[in-house]
Design a protein around this ligand. Structure first.
Ligand code: GDP
Length: 479
């Protein structure tokens, strides 16, 4: 779609609810003729005479005066609507036949089928939201975990935008200081100001770098975190996996029509989706750790952010654990070691688990595991995959590996924002270098303008057609 030539004069229409049969289906129109188009086929009150934000019951009839459906019509008069234009939402019964007939009727009356994301694009073009807020709408719709939902909601409500606005304001203040300095430099007084400028740029960079760093977390929150469970045969990997997934399954199997295969592999802990990647294949690879080497496991680990290594405390010496870990370890992948089957240890059936743990550690294991923790940052826990308490312990260990708690900190979750921030940071580092090497202030000012432009791209103050079609083209039709 050609976003520069999109015609704001058109009235657009789309089915806003998902395809298929539901209790109701909502058809949405936006544009200057939205109300009059619906009014022409609606039998009830005269819609053009009704107040904004009101709902009306009536029938929709075609040109032959045949009733297509009984509907509720919601009116939003411009500019107080999602798009900033007149918006009408017609709630029909959820039949595909009705939707098709009513849509075609509206199109015959002058509406045009909306492109993907065109409602939100209009909201952006009409100044109802900035670009980062518009992007958050898509994220909100796609959110599958509490964390992703939180993040998108904050961004949609403008939290991220105001952070970027603040940064821009700081930069604008900086630019004016620089101009001041330019004025002074003609009179040969500049030194104090340079120091102040350097301090200010450094401060802004700290904030930008914090945002850049948050992208990793943002990604995890938005897309989930790939997690591999590895270990030798009979370590208890499947038992653990099943226990971890148990609750989720119970919930999921109540929802008719969900595909078990894909959902079973996602584990939600404290708002983060842990994607247990290809665990069936992994189990196979895990079984062959000794026999055919660790290539397959390593490939799985490479696609992951977290490795959970499970071993059987009954049968495996810690030296062997250490040897496996050294083969599998990658610095960028967070690793968690779980010593499993603590309930069986020493056959001390009557002793509470924590005594066994102490006894086990006292055997000398503690040195090897503590070294792994100290040298490689690897966490370890002792569990029995058969105990519910321990499953909760594993969950909280996984959750703290990600280090996410719902918090007020601004988190970047969009690659486009990440790139713009990185570029802005590049420009600011040039500004800093310029200030320190005392290059002429007007050159420094150019780098500041670049930084301002990059930040402006995030909010959509600087856009291109490619950018818009890239962003809105990914939306569903009707949003
Ligand atoms: P995998 O090959 O690593 O997937 O191991 P499994 O999950 O199939 O477990 C191997 C065996 O160990 C099974 O008989 C499990 O019931 C048993 N097992 C797993 N975890 C525990 C545990 O915590 N305690 C005890 N006593 N047995 C366990």
């Amino acid at each position: 779609m050609n976003y520069q030539q999109h015609n704001l004069a058109d009235t657009i229409v789309a089915i806003a609810t998902p395809p298929g049969i539901g209790a109701i289906g909502v058809i949405r129109l936006s544009g200057k003729d939205a109300i009059s188009i619906v009014d022409a086929v609606f039998y009830g009150k005269t819609l053009t005479e009704q107040a904004s934000h009101t709902i009306h019951f009536g029938t929709i009839r075609n040109e032959e005066n045949e009733i297509l459906d009984e509907v509720l019509v919601s009116l939003f008069v411009a500019p107080k609507s999602y798009t900033g234009e007149h918006v009408v939402e017609v709630s029909c019964h959820g039949s595909n036949y009705i939707h098709k007939e009513v849509m075609q009727l509206f199109i015959r009356k002058g509406a045009r089928l909306a492109q993907p994301g065109e409602f939100t694009l209009r909201a952006f073009l009409n100044g109802r939201m900035d670009l980062s807020q518009a992007e958050a709408v898509a994220d909100l719709i796609a959110a599958e975990s509490a964390g992703a939902h939180d993040l998108a909601l904050k961004q949609m409500r403008g939290g991220f935008s105001s952070e970027i606005q603040n940064l821009r304001q700081e930069l604008i203040d900086f630019a004016s200081l620089l101009e001041l300095e330019l004025d002074f430099s003609q009179e040969d007084v500049e030194f104090a100001d340079r120091i102040e400028l350097v301090t200010l740029v450094k401060k802004i960079r700290v904030i930008i770098m914090g945002l850049i760093r948050s992208f990793q977390l943002g990604n995890v929150i938005k897309h989930g975190v790939n997690t591999v469970i590895a270990g030798r045969p009979n370590a208890g990997k499947s038992t653990l996996l099943n226990a971890l997934l148990n609750e989720e399954r119970a919930i999921v199997s109540d929802i008719a029509g969900t595909t078990r295969d894909t959902i079973e592999e996602v584990l939600n802990i404290d708002g983060i989706a842990f994607r247990l990647i290809d665990t069936a294949g992994l189990r196979e690879a895990g079984d062959q750790i000794e026999a055919i080497g660790i290539q397959k496991t390593l490939e799985k680990i490479e696609q992951s952010a977290i490795l959970v290594y499970v071993y059987d405390v009954m049968t495996m010496e810690l030296e062997a654990v250490k040897a496996d870990i050294e083969k599998l370890y990658k610095p960028e992948i967070k690793t968690l070691i779980l010593g499993n089957k603590m309930d069986e240890l020493y056959s001390l059936h009557d002793n509470p688990l924590h005594y066994k743990e102490q006894a086990y550690m006292a055997k000398g294991g503690d040195k090897i595991l503590q070294d792994l923790k100290a040298n490689l940052g690897i966490e370890y826990h002792f569990i029995s995959a058969k105990r519910a308490d321990d499953i909760a312990k594993v969950k909280s260990a996984l959750s703290s590996l990600v280090g996410y708690e719902a918090q007020d900190q601004t988190v970047v979750s969009t690659a486009r924002h990440y790139e713009a921030l990185s570029k802005a940071d590049g420009s600011l580092s040039a500004v800093l270098a310029g200030l320190e090497s005392e290059i002429p202030s007007d050159l420094v000012a150019m780098d500041i303008r670049h930084a301002l432009r990059y930040l402006g791209e995030i909010l959509g103050e600087v856009t291109s057609e490619d950018l818009l079609s890239n962003i809105f083209g990914r939306f569903c039709i009707g949003k």
